[in-house]
Unconditional design. Structure first.
Length: 198
């Protein structure tokens, strides 16, 4: 299903066409395509090139781990996520061994996932990030070291059949995509003052 952004300025089609579906097909993602997604994440920028991210990848083939990971999700996520062929736990690590986790680790993980998402968009794959999961349960599940922080769960796969979603999720699937206007978040030289360009 196409849900291209209705943009006010022309942007690259890959960015406009990316969206976060819930109707995933259970068709497996080819290994080489999955590797391409992580290669895209790998080449993301990061503070001091510290690359403070880790990705725990669980496919439907790892049935037990997959079910356990689904068990960490909350609310509606538990319903739609079951079909996704691949789930990824994104994890922030300290920028340098022995240092505490800092804000740039969080920043950099998000940016790496953005890279991955756009690469997915270029390959006809879809990505849906989730904050609605129990991060501490996920930490225990995968024995994450104390100095790391589980950030998001990310579902990856091909688009499926919207009619297989419960009604309420079907309704959400077809909601128009909206964004705040640029004037609400792009400021001139003072806070909350929309940028004025000649
Ligand atoms: C950090 C983060 C957490 C999110 N958590 C959830 C979630 O728990 N469940 C969900 O269905 N979508 C979740 N989303 C998806 C957003 O709702 C979605 O990206 C947003 O509504 C914009 O829609 P679009 O990606 O289709 O443009 C999350 C996205 C991000 C980046």
């Amino acid at each position: 299903m196409q849900k291209a952004a209705e943009t006010n300025q022309p942007i690259h089609a890959l960015l406009a066409n990316r969206w976060s579906p819930r109707a995933f097909s259970s068709q497996p993602v080819e290994t080489e395509k999955l590797l391409q997604l992580f290669e895209a994440a790998r080449w993301s920028a990061s503070g001091g090139n510290s690359q403070p991210w880790a990705f725990i990848v669980v496919t439907q083939n790892d049935r037990e781990a997959f079910d356990h990971l689904v068990g960490t999700t909350m609310g509606f996520n538990t319903v739609w996520v079951q079909k996704a062929p691949v789930l990824v736990l994104t994890v922030a690590k300290p920028g340098r061994p022995g240092t505490p986790l800092g804000k740039f680790s969080h920043y950099d993980v998000g940016q790496a996932v953005a890279h991955l998402s756009i690469q997915a968009s270029a390959m006809g794959l879809y990505v849906h990030q989730m904050g609605g999961f129990d991060a501490e349960k996920a930490r225990t599940l995968f024995n994450l070291p104390a100095e790391t922080e589980p950030m998001t769960l990310v579902a990856i796969g091909y688009y499926g059949n919207m009619e297989e979603l419960p009604e309420e999720l079907q309704a959400r699937e077809t909601l128009p995509r909206t964004r705040k206007p640029i004037s609400e978040f792009v400021f001139g030289p003072s806070w909350n003052t929309p940028l004025q360009l000649p």
